[in-house]
Design a protein. Sequence first.
Lengths: 102, 130
Amino acid sequence: MSTLHTVNKSPFERSSLASCLAHVAQGDAVLLIEDGVTGARRGSSFAEALHAKSPVCAIYILAPDLAARGMKAEDVIEGAKFVDYGGFVDLVAEKTRVVAWL
Amino acid sequence: MRFGIVVNEGPYTHQASDSAYQFAKAVLARGHEIFRVFFYHDGVNNGTRYTVPPQDDRNLQKLWSELAETHKLDLVVCIAAAQRRGILDANEAKRQGKDGDNIAPGFRISGLGQLIEAGIQSDRLVTFGD
């Protein structure tokens, strides 16, 4: 059983990303959406925590939300994967359940 | 696959309703089915037809109503959350002694049981909120 975790707030505003990363299991995926995409900024204090989880679970970023915030692929951590809304739907279908860290 | 969608935030305050709308469109574009969209807490504010945003801004209520009409979606507004926020249909307006109703086309007011049912009947339940 694998879970898709969605995080929609900046880790500098809420603790939802930290809580999420403390609960992910092998084979899960984390999708950063809305302000959550800022958590993946390269060089930020959360970049290392996210990177450390990459052997456990894949990190995805909703590309339209990243672009809406003026950020580009090279602004975020290495290894992160990008999806559009269609890819978001595919991730939901691929995993057995979804947890929104609100 | 059958999807249920929960929207916990109103339009224009947070991105949640925009995200949920874009997600719902993508679900349909992928050929999946949407069993129900349940509007809870401040999410009920998506369902008032008196929404009049500036003309160059998106009208989320209208977008939801149009999506519901095109794809025969079931948009359900939580009754307790709706009454607190002044969202009424004709029946509720009459029952509460109010002089008018404001529920938007394609939306209907019902109870939390509809959320539970959406959780049971859908293969995936995806929540958008603050």
